[in-house]
Write a protein that binds this ligand. Structure first.
Ligand code: AMP
Ligand code: MN
Ligand code: MN
Ligand code: MN
Length: 302
């Protein structure tokens, strides 16, 4: 088993998390994370704060982003790790991906209004930390606060998923574009939480992995908050079959909401190659770490 405590998937209030980037970093350090990446949805504006806070907390840092992609009938998330956050094509691609969110949110609010829930757009905006990033999560928090549903997963099940009031179809980025934005910015593209794409049947799932690799994608999350033991095994097998690097990330959003704490997942199986070993040159370590002569501070990339 790989022993480095890496958590390479988490969110701040720059997207749909509830804590600021520095507060997520502090919490990650408290829970023993040694190498961290903040991966906000379609957005890089938290990266400077995250990196500085990670180094101040004594953790290594990899830049990160989680890109929303439409593939077949499913929304698929592609995490980019180790990207150059000043890369212009990546920034333009993410801006284009964010652009439709406001109109989508207005349509979601219209749909909720027809179901008897009024004022949801303005209500959800009160939960938004970044006006360019209104997400379903912000609507879900509003409906819980109003007492419409007891918790977020009930909101998603009852209102915000396909066929339910509050759901609107949306076209996100194309798979090949997302992978190219990430790899063009010097990063590695990783399929996020593959166990969650239940609208894909086995053959569409196989197509997702095949096309992802053909476009230059190189990693898959094996250890993620959403996976049970069977999915961990299944996607470890998929990683071997497709020659993919393995990643580990909690997908932490909020202390009150997230079932999986930062840094708390089991380590990756020793038979897989961790994505961070291929990204050693992109990791920022705290002063006194691997990039300075002492090399005392940074853990071995095991
Ligand atoms: P959006 O990008 O606006 O479609 O929102 C997607 C986000 O909704 C995901 O990144 C999750 O944070 C959240 N989400 C999706 N399904 C659920 C669920 N069943 N329970 C809680 N949060 C969810
Ligand atoms: Mn989210
Ligand atoms: Mn996701
Ligand atoms: Mn996520």
């Amino acid at each position: 088993m790989h022993t480095l405590n890496a958590d390479l998937h988490s969110h701040s209030n720059v997207s749909d998390g509830t804590l600021g980037p520095a507060a997520v970093a502090e919490r990650a350090a408290v829970f023993g994370v040694e190498l961290w990446a903040l991966t906000d949805h379609d957005e890089l504006s938290g990266q400077h704060e995250a990196r500085a806070a990670a180094l101040a907390q004594g953790m290594g840092y990899l830049s990160g982003v989680e890109v929303s992609v439409s593939f077949a009938d499913e929304t698929v998330h592609i995490v980019g790790l180790g990207v150059d956050i000043d890369d212009a094509p990546l920034a333009a691609g993410l801006a284009a991906t964010r652009a439709g969110r406001r109109t989508r949110a207005e349509r979601m609010a219209d749909s909720l209004a027809r179901a008897g829930i009024a004022g949801a757009f303005e209500g959800a905006l009160a939960y938004v930390g970044n006006p360019e990033l209104i997400s379903r999560t912000h609507f879900a928090r509003l409906l819980v606060a109003r007492g419409v549903c007891p918790d977020l997963s009930t909101v998603f099940r009852t209102y915000l998923t396909a066929g339910k009031p509050g759901w609107v179809e949306h076209r996100w980025a194309r798979l090949g574009d997302a992978v190219r934005w990430i790899t063009g910015a010097g990063g590695i593209a990783v399929i996020a939480h593959p166990g969650r794409y239940t609208r894909l049947g086995p053959s569409a799932e196989y197509a997702l992995f095949s096309e992802f690799v053909a476009h230059g994608g190189r990693g898959v999350e094996v250890m993620t908050g959403g996976h049970g033991e069977a999915e961990r095994r299944r996607f470890a097998d998929m990683a071997r079959e497709f020659g993919l690097l393995a990643s580990r990330g909690s997908d932490f959003h909020s202390p009150a909401e997230s079932r999986t704490e930062l840094g708390a997942l089991p380590g990756l199986p020793g038979s897989l190659t961790p994505v961070w070993q291929a990204l050693a040159h992109r990791i920022a370590w705290p002063a006194g770490g691997a990039q300075s002569a002492g090399a005392a501070r940074s853990p071995a990339l095991a």
